[in-house]
Design a protein around this ligand. Structure first.
Ligand SMILES: Cc1cc2nc3c(=O)[nH]c(=O)nc-3n(C[C@H](O)[C@H](O)[C@H](O)COP(=O)(O)OP(=O)(O)OC[C@H]3O[C@@H](n4cnc5c(N)ncnc54)[C@H](O)[C@@H]3O)c2cc1C
Length: 457
């Protein structure tokens, strides 16, 4: 049986970041994954003069760890920051794209919000702060800002980030920065202003709202992490991975083709989604396991369209989001070639569309042909095309795209803490807690490595 200090299950961005920092510290570790390539949902592709992503397209430099990671990977992978076009965002209202206001003047003029709510927002800093930690995002926004802000700002934003439902997500867990603004300062507006005047330490200065990708696609980030963590430390394409706990050690078994994997390790970390845990950790009591695996994931279809010559509406921004109220078949468009380099030929365009999500999950069961038909109808209308003849049409389905942090999240987080106390050396990572975006995953991956290196077993 192979002996290792640490075994990581999952070679997505979380597991790879942990592996990278373990390797940097000279630790003895191995990474196992079901897929035969590193990166998890991150998968950059090149075809027919287009560079596109099958999974996430861009992240936000929302944690200092993103900045630090790209610094640590200098020479192996290059950060690409989106150009200024990214600051212009559109929201669909009554079938027409309206610019999301970016300042007071635009805010007064915008048709997105009602006059009543525009006046109401003036009173936001004076409204009492909420006391219910399980208040939903919809309740919180209606209480502080009004229905039209919920419908035409927060709802499309939540569709874009979570493919989720503001009536289910609980800000304390799903949007902790927003939740803390109200809890710490009593107001979103007042809190944001006060925060902007607070003195920042070196780490907080690295946190920005900049939108990032990596030169040549996000796979160049995950491939750089893989190479730097040494491919010999990885076993990819391993089926039926199972961990058992025997005499204080973790015995990890699995099957890679004809090869039977058997490793004894002092510490193990899971960096998969919640949905995989019951098979991987059979020794966890069922009542505790259920509190982790009952996490809802949004099902999503991602469609990428490439046009060698673009003849539709100007693609002058980050993209357009579509509020649920508009009742369309797509959640929104990303105008990728408008703000990232080398995505499409010079006169062309690369767009990504998301469909499904928590409130339109039924669409994700439709056939590829039916989806194509819907994309054609929506895109011809919404992008002002006279005909729909893309040079690239790619469709990817995700059954477990984005976890939804609802009111049961607190119980889940407490359960994870309890399991980790009961089984020293076991760490449960991955997107079941700690945030859903790439910046959160990098932060968690680094924290897990730090924790593993600190724990003496
Ligand atoms: C369609 C889509 C679009 C997204 N868009 C964005 C975006 O624009 N911006 C952003 O910041 N974030 C986005 N995200 C979220 C972001 O991609 C993720 O937070 C991040 O990439 C997840 O990394 P991870 O390592 O935690 O999980 P994953 O990438 O899911 O990796 C988990 C790994 O575990 C492995 N695994 C699973 N089960 C087993 C098993 N039984 N045995 C062994 N291995 C197993 C998987 O094969 C996988 O490699 C998006 C996600 C999706 C799905």
């Amino acid at each position: 049986m192979e002996q290792k200090d640490i075994v990581i299950i999952g070679a997505g961005l979380t597991g790879l970041t942990t592996a990278f920092y373990l390797n940097k510290a000279g630790a003895d570790f191995k990474v196992l994954d079901l897929l035969d390539r590193p990166g998890g949902v991150i998968h950059s592709m090149q075809e027919n003069d287009f560079n596109y992503e099958e999974g996430p397209n861009t992240g936000v430099v929302g944690t200092a760890e993103v900045f630090d990671l790209f610094e640590d990977l200098k020479g192996l992978c290059e950060l690409e920051v989106a150009n200024d076009a990214v600051n212009k965002r559109y929201i669909l209202k009554n079938g027409k794209w309206e610019k999301l206001p970016s300042g007071l003047k635009e805010g007064i003029k915008t048709p997105l919000f009602t006059l009543k709510d525009k006046f109401r927002i003036l009173g936001e800093p004076f409204r009492r702060k909420g006391t219910n930690p399980h208040e939903t995002l919809a309740e919180l926004v209606k209480r502080r800002m009004g229905q039209s802000f919920l419908d035409y700002a927060i709802d499309p934003f939540i569709l874009g980030v979570y493919a989720g439902d503001p009536n289910y997500l609980v800000p304390k867990y799903a949007l902790p920065k927003l939740w803390n603004l109200e809890q710490d300062f009593g107001s979103f507006i007042g809190g944001s202003i006060k925060k902007s005047f607070q003195k920042k330490d070196e780490q907080s200065k690295k946190v920005t709202r900049k939108v990032f990708s990596a030169k040549n696609g996000l796979s160049s980030l995950t491939n750089a992490l893989y190479q730097a963590s040494k491919p010999e430390n990885f076993d990819l394409g391993v089926k039926n991975i199972q961990i058992n706990h025997e005499n204080g050690l973790y015995i990890i078994t699995g099957q890679n083709g004809d090869k039977q994997i058997e490793i004894a390790a002092k510490k193990v970390i899971t960096a998969t989604g919640a949905y995989a845990l019951d098979k991987i950790l059979p020794f966890i009591p069922a009542n505790e396991m259920n509190k982790m695996t009952n996490l809802t994931y949004a099902k999503v279809i991602e469609v990428t369209l490439g046009f060698k010559t673009w003849k539709g509406r100007p693609l002058d921004g980050f993209g357009g989001l579509i509020p649920f109220k508009e009742n369309r078949d797509v959640l929104g468009y990303l105008f990728l070639s408008a703000f990232l380099s080398d995505k499409a030929p010079k006169e062309g365009a690369l767009l990504t569309i998301f469909m499904g999500g928590v409130r339109k999950a039924e669409l994700t069961y439709l056939s590829d042909d039916k989806i194509r038909e819907m994309v054609e109808k929506e895109t011809t209308d919404l992008m002002d095309l006279s005909e729909f003849k893309p040079d690239l049409f790619k469709l990817t389905r995700y059954n477990h795209a984005i976890p939804q942090y609802g009111a049961d999240s607190g119980i889940r987080f407490d359960t994870i803490d309890k399991i980790q106390m009961d089984f020293p050396g076991l760490l449960i990572g991955g997107n079941l807690r700690g945030g859903i975006g790439m910046a959160d995953r990098i932060k968690q991956g680094k924290e897990l490595a730090d924790q593993l290196l600190k724990t003496n077993i």
